[in-house]
Design a binder for this molecule. Structure first.
Ligand SMILES: *Cc1c(COP(=O)(O)O)cnc(C)c1O
Length: 425
């Protein structure tokens, strides 16, 4: 088999840099997908209509008038650690509502569902001011409906907090890797938390089964949800505006390398899709996965998509990167990624904590362990591991800009932050 050596590295939990052999020109790859820029535009429009609702329901969005967005920051001190590259951080760790990238997809899917229910019941019309959705009448209406989701933690926070705020009856099905504080936070918001001893896909499938039995229930299916993915894809246009405001050019001479931590794949695939639609072949997307649970790399290398899981090659799937502790990638995310993503780079758990400390000591920024996988692209470039890739895909004198996507962290309680900062594996 062609990828024997890759699989052997994965099975032995060795860090690897995998280049996607099926990468195609952006136009070709995009033309084969069932989603288009119009779908992202539709999601962007819906988020704008909902901005008054978000502003009313979530005080931390008031300043931005209900737009859930995060800063893009230039980090020269950290960039110097990787050979003085041009490095930017996309701080989704600071996203309002849920403190992680899940605030993009999760909030969006709940709003979409709320819009549909209220519209079907004649309680909302297209030209209404959507802020009527946060009234006592609507809360009583939504109370009849439950929303279920399986989660390793952050998706549960995003879906749970949003649906509770609108008045829904949310249940989050948590896998074994979920951190205790995330469960406590959810319970304090009135969310029902069910715990499972097993892996992520077990929590998802239990949630799916329970939800199916209840006609008033809606299941947010992280393993196949198009709304989630489209919610994530809206990040791209926002990022493009930020880059342009900062005077960062993206073109053939200035390629953009974006590294996004990957769990089931929905968030990175959605963002990758959005960015490819905008920057085409001038953007190069790398996913980052923990060596303990490299499900998307396995899907891409074997070309089996969701037909293979890390347990099939003898891995337990356990990792300190709780947001990435997923054994099987999403079929949808795989389809979107398979010709768009440049590669996947894996990282040891011990390094996640080293990166966490490095980020904190150089820039005073805190991110959770999963998010700290996002430096692998900058690090690999610094080690020369991307040289061949760049020779093949970029102009010889091109000057790249790197973005590390910090996917989560601001909601981590103070004492757990201290614990993370002190963790040496
Ligand atoms: C969920 C998550 C990811 C990855 O998103 P997927 O859609 O699962 O691939 C990355 N980082 C953090 C912190 C997350 O919570």
């Amino acid at each position: 088999m062609r990828y024997d050596s890759v699989i052997e590295s994965l099975a032995n939990k060795r860090e690897c840099v995998f280049f996607n052999p099926n990468i195609a020109a952006a136009d070709e790859a995009l033309s084969e997908l069932s989603i288009t820029t119009a779908d992202t535009a539709d999601a962007e429009g819906r988020l704008l209509r909902f901005a008054p609702v978000i502003e009313k329901a979530f005080p931390d969005t008031v300043q931005a008038h209900g737009i859930i967005e995060s800063p893009l920051v230039r980090v020269n001190n950290l960039g110097r650690q990787f050979g003085s590259i041009e490095l930017l951080l996309k701080c989704d760790s600071d996203l309002p509502v849920a403190g992680s990238v899940k605030a993009r997809g999760g909030v969006y899917e709940v709003l979409l569902h709320a819009e549909k229910l209220a519209t079907d019941a004649g309680l909302l019309h297209a030209d209404d001011d959507y802020s009527i959705l946060v009234t006592d009448e609507l809360r009583r209406f939504f109370k009849k409906y439950s929303i279920h989701v399986g989660s390793t933690g952050n998706l549960g926070l995003s879906i749970g907090i949003t649906s509770a705020a609108l008045g829904f009856n949310p249940t989050v099905h948590m896998s074994a890797d979920a951190r205790e504080w995330k469960k406590q936070k959810l319970r304090s918001c009135g969310v029902t938390v069910k715990e499972y001893p097993g892996e992520y896909s077990q929590a998802v499938s239990e949630g799916r089964t329970l939800s199916k039995k209840d006609p008033y229930s809606y299941f947010v299916d992280d393993e196949s949800s198009l709304p989630l993915l489209l919610g994530y894809s809206t990040a791209a246009g926002r990022l493009a505006a930020q880059l342009s405001d900062m005077g960062v050019t993206v073109d053939r001479d200035h390629p953009l390398f974006v590294c996004i931590p990957c769990g089931v794949g929905g968030a990175p695939a959605g963002i990758a899709f959005g960015l490819k639609c905008i920057y085409k072949d001038d953007v190069h997307i790398f996913y980052a996965e923990p060596t303990g649970s490299p499900c998307m790399l396995l899907s891409l290398a074997t070309e089996l998509g969701a037909g293979i899981c890390v347990q099939d090659i003898g891995l337990s799937g356990r990792t300190h990167a709780d947001g990435l502790a997923v054994g099987r990638s999403s079929a949808l995310a795989y389809e979107v990624s398979k010709k768009l993503v440049s590669g996947v780079i894996t990282i040891d758990d011990a390094k996640l904590y080293e990166n966490l400390r490095l980020l904190y000591s150089t820039e005073g920024i805190f991110a959770e362990p999963s998010a700290c996988a996002s430096f692998v692209c900058a690090e690999s470039a610094n080690k020369g591991l991307l040289d061949d890739y760049m020779k093949k895909h970029c102009k010889t004198d091109a000057v790249p800009t790197f973005i590390a996507w910090l996917t989560g962290g601001s909601m981590v309680p103070q004492e757990i932050k201290q614990e993370y900062l002190a963790t040496v594996l």
